[in-house]
Design a protein around this ligand. Structure first.
Ligand code: PSV
Ligand code: MN
Length: 424
């Protein structure tokens, strides 16, 4: 299915008067509205290929209908999102779930939808049917060099796919760790992992980055070999200038101060990318902004402050990606909600009076600090986010248009009721 431009324009025309009224009221109370709008227009969020099908848990997976059955259909889905919001201009692939057969055709299809290829992801957390050695006891940390070698070769193969598609980053998430005390020698596990990552690093093209993603627990429950930002940063520092830490919002122990982590990683020039999602308990992979929108805003506040301090381009310096998928929503509707929540938090962070905040911090005026932050957080920025969409030819209300155009029903007609997308 393709969404014709005139359908978006017709829809916007119906909404425009009301939108303009709200936007003008908001704009009149803000400084530098045009600067904020341009930043929102430029900001693009990578969509994970594995979130286009309904997610599951170990207790089951309730597949939706009209899910993408191939990489081509996944690209088509992201193209639909991007047509609706013009903020989802990239797709992040997971290998081997999404092995491209014909690079030229896949690249042409992505370009047709205005999409780029974001970081490519390797998978050494599952055994594949044709695989020689098992990752049951880890991959890059494994005591057996042959298994480590297999994991390294897989990552190098993922880089090769990425090069063909025009990607420029590899994300390595390792499920390596241990589930019981004594199972692992922590030092050996770290050293083996470092050696493996160094071999992968050596295969990176000059203009590529590698993102080392950390996670506190699961599937291992006693120790994770890349378990927190400290361990990830250790690896990234030892690997070299092309290695960075990737922050997945669901990968911390409860109540971790993610905004502080982000701030320090940026200070060190070692924050590489983001996996957005939300959670109540652990790695819940819920819709971004659905549980803790204030935390999301505070994270964006750290991001804006930290990127500006280093003169970084907000849109291009970091890899912005979603990593969410769950059991109960239409995945495309869920992704539209996530992108909207990210844009809202970003817009609110752009409104923070950074100068005023720094002044209040210098004076230890704690109350004013809080007032300044909450002034921005409590601003209803939806009209400015919508205005950015209007200017790029996207829908004023993407989710509403998705439903009015009966996108899912169309996809079911094309693909069928019983479809299962590759992924977890
Ligand atoms: C692991 O929980 C993770 O966050 C990694 O990014 C994986 O690659 C992704 O989820 C998909 O399973
Ligand atoms: Mn992730």
């Amino acid at each position: 299915m393709q969404i014709e431009k005139y359908k978006i324009d017709d829809f916007n025309q119906q909404q425009e008067q009301e939108h303009k009224r709200k936007f003008e009221v908001l704009a009149s109370s803000l400084n530098n509205v045009e600067g904020v709008l341009q930043k929102l227009v430029d900001f693009q969020i990578g969509i994970p290929s594995w979130a286009l099908g309904t997610g599951g848990t170990r207790f089951g997976r309730f597949s939706g209908s009209g899910e993408p059955r191939s990489l081509e259909e996944k690209i088509e889905d992201v193209g639909l999102l991007h047509a609706l919001n013009q903020s989802s201009g990239a797709i992040s692939l997971h290998i081997p779930w999404d092995i491209p057969q014909d690079y030229k055709a896949i690249k042409a299809l992505a370009a047709q939808h205005g999409l780029k290829f974001d970081a490519v992801n390797s998978n050494t957390f599952q055994d594949q049917p044709d695989q020689k050695q098992s990752y049951k006891f880890g991959s890059m940390q494994h005591v057996d060099k042959a298994i480590r070698r297999q994991a390294v070769e897989h990552n190098i193969e993922v880089i090769r796919h990425g090069i063909e598609l025009g990607s420029d980053a590899l994300t390595v998430w390792l499920s390596d760790g241990s589930s019981f005390p004594g199972q692992l020698n922590f030092r050996n596990a770290f050293e083996n992992t470092l050696e493996s990552l160094q071999e992968v690093y050596a295969a990176l093209p000059d203009d590529w980055k590698v993102f080392v993603e950390y996670k506190a627990f699961e599937p291992n429950f006693y120790s994770m070999t890349v378990g927190d930002w400290g361990q990830s940063l250790l690896f990234a520092n030892k690997l070299g200038p092309k290695a960075y830490t990737l922050v997945d919002l669901g990968h911390h122990l409860p109540n971790a101060n993610i905004e502080q982590i982000v701030s320090l990683l940026l200070m060190e020039g070692k924050l590489g990318g983001f996996h957005f999602n939300d959670s109540k308990y652990g790695d819940d992979d819920l819709t971004t902004g659905s549980i803790k929108p204030y935390q999301l805003f505070l994270i964006f506040n750290s991001l804006v402050d930290g990127m500006d301090a280093r003169g970084m381009d907000h849109a291009t310096s970091l890899a912005w990606m979603i990593d969410a998928s769950h059991n109960v929503k239409d995945p495309l509707e869920d992704l539209l909600q996530s992108v909207e929540a990210i844009m809202i938090a970003y817009a609110q962070a752009l409104l923070v009076d950074q100068q005023g905040l720094k002044g209040a911090q210098q004076e230890n005026d704690v109350v004013r600090c809080q007032e300044i932050l909450q002034e921005a957080f409590r601003t209803d920025v939806r009209p400015i986010v919508a205005e950015a969409r209007l200017r790029t030819g996207a829908a004023l209300r993407p989710l509403q248009l998705f439903r009015e155009l009966k996108v899912r029903e169309n996809l079911i007609n094309e693909r069928g009721l019983k479809t299962v997308a590759t992924g977890l």
